[in-house]
Write a protein of this length. Structure first.
Length: 540
């Protein structure tokens, strides 16, 4: 696709813990997981070619390229081409995936910039006096708090919510409980009417809380002494509670107005005096229930995003280390040429390759660790160092396999690995060992396979291994791939397959050609396994 120059537009990219500004000066500006895109996003739900940013005059558009997991504008799916403005947030692959927003520094786009902080908002909340309207104050607070989405403001929002509610209801204690991952109500924050923190839950009316949770309705008793005896629970009597208010915090499910999801509970009570709710009517209670639930939902989202940022930061560090380990400079030889590339399906891959030349022979390694992600990457980095030292020491290939197998089995980590190792001499003598890997392809006037094979390493303790040998002719080529290539899926469910690699035209394809062929075959489907290709040519 041809590109044209465009008026510079800056975007703020948020990707995990990373925040940076990118500027596009040509259109279309491609976004995806493959390195040839203008913006590379290493996220598991981002497709190889995910979307394009298009600038036409003073307008910007996002065009989803039939990605597998979709593009979202302000949380809503955005298929095809959609116009975007300064207030829009674009997510790629998932609502917690990488996001773009037109930067406030962008020329030609007028973007509102709100610098309000939570402290500013709290300090500006109007005081409630005898003639003041408590409902207006609470609504004003909620409306202001909605503008805040920073995770460090969550505790202050909950504190302000309790302080305001205690003042409105004139009760003595207030608690916010949130439903945890186990579905249980856990204390998030407690305060008394003097602003002191409360952590003891033993003197609360748990019967009132259970009734509010079970019925998903407000439970209100303004004076337990005059209330119906059936309304008074044992805990109210035991702890001398005069008034109690329990309000479920529910999140409305999109598209189902009558259904709700319980997020938490607002609990208020007094032990010294009865409650007085003459100014707190049903409208106020509904406001508390609905707007506080929105704040709680935002708080949970902020916590989740913070965890995701930390996770992404750690993954980015691990991925950077792995990229460093995989940065192998192929040696310059008169008798051989080697090239390799690995594209992980996640930030960290379970494949690794290495190239070692010691003046006497050229050794190459391709390994595929079982599983994906950080656990596979950790084992891969360990094995890469172990195998490098063994190859530099000129250990026989079967001995290397036995040592690696013994090492993995001794650690009891429930992991194994497939690997293919080649050692080529200047005279064309090739020794190889294949441990459960895709058999390497040998192109020399046709295509054949290096069929000598063994069990994967780390599978059975004490397994024996044997190597094979081949005499290469000048011009011969050996191709090693991982099963992320042969098992790449098309939209109809077909695999890329090994027979494609044996076709005559494959003998002259470059690494770029091979990866392009796999990408074209898979279409918009995101890769579900790491893809690694090692290309060794014997020049003679």
């Amino acid at each position: 696709m041809s590109t044209t120059n465009a008026a510079p537009v800056s975007f703020l990219l948020t990707d995990g813990a990373t925040r940076r500004t990118i500027t596009i000066e040509h259109s279309p500006f491609t976004i995806g997981r493959l390195p040839e895109n203008d913006l590379v996003l290493a996220h598991p739900f981002v497709s190889r070619r995910h979307a394009d940013l298009i600038v036409e005059g003073d307008r910007c558009y996002i065009a989803d390229q039939a990605s597998r997991h979709g593009t979202f504008i302000n949380g809503q799916p955005a298929p095809g081409r959609q116009a975007i403005g300064g207030n829009d947030v674009i997510h790629f692959g998932a609502l917690d995936g990488p996001s773009l927003r037109i930067s406030v520094e962008s020329s030609g786009v007028d973007v509102p910039h709100d610098t309000s902080t939570l402290r500013d908002i709290i300090e500006q909340i109007p005081e409630v006096n005898a003639s003041g309207n408590a409902l207006d104050k609470l609504r004003w607070f909620f409306e202001s708090a909605r503008k805040l989405n920073t995770s460090d403001a969550v505790d202050q929002i909950l504190a302000a919510l309790l302080d305001t509610t205690l003042q409105l209801t004139q009760v003595e204690r207030g608690y916010v409980f949130l439903r945890n991952e186990a579905g249980e109500m856990a204390l998030a924050l407690g305060r008394d009417d003097k602003g002191e923190a409360l952590t003891d839950q033993s003197t609360l009316s748990h019967g009132a809380m259970r009734q509010a949770v079970n019925t998903s309705n407000e439970f209100i008793v303004t004076d337990t002494l005059s209330a119906d005896p059936e309304t008074r629970s044992a805990s109210m009597v035991a702890h001398s509670i005069r008034s109690v208010i329990c309000i479920p915090l529910r999140k409305r499910r999109p598209g189902a107005a009558k259904e709700s999801e319980l997020l938490g509970l607002l609990y208020l009570d007094s032990r010294l005096r009865p409650g007085s709710l003459t100014q707190i009517d049903n409208d106020l209670l509904r406001t508390i229930a609905t707007d506080a639930a929105a704040l709680i939902d935002n708080a949970q989202l902020a916590v989740s995003e913070e965890r995701e940022r930390v996770y992404r930061q750690e993954m980015n560090i691990a991925a950077e280390i792995q990229r460093g380990l995989m940065t192998v400079r192929p040696p310059t030889l008169t008798w051989a040429k080697v090239a390799a590339r690995s594209v992980p399906c996640r930030e960290c891959g379970g494949d690794f390759f290495d190239i070692i030349e010691d003046g006497e022979a050229l050794a190459v390694v391709v390994t595929d660790i079982s599983g994906k992600g950080i656990s596979a990457a950790i084992l891969g980095a360990t094995l890469q160092g172990l195998m490098y030292s063994l190859l530099v020491a000129r250990q026989p290939l079967d001995t290397i396999a036995e040592i690696v197998n013994r090492y993995i089995c001794s650690k009891n980590i429930e992991k194994y690995a497939t690997m293919a190792v080649l050692r080529i001499s200047p005279n064309g003598h090739l020794e190889y060992i294949n441990c459960g890997h895709v058999p390497p392809f040998l192109y020399s006037g046709g295509c054949s396979r290096l069929t000598e094979s063994n069990l994967p390493v780390g599978l059975i303790e004490g397994a024996s291994f044997s190597s094979g040998t081949v005499q290469l002719q000048p011009g011969a080529r050996v191709l090693i791939v991982t099963d992320g290539v042969t098992e790449a899926s098309a939209p109809n469910g077909d695999f890329y397959g090994e027979p494609r690699l044996t076709a005559p035209e494959f003998e002259n394809l470059t690494l770029d050609d091979i990866f392009s062929s796999v990408e074209l075959f898979a279409g918009s489907l995101a890769a579900d396994d790491d893809c690694t290709v090692m290309d060794v040519r014997y020049l003679g």
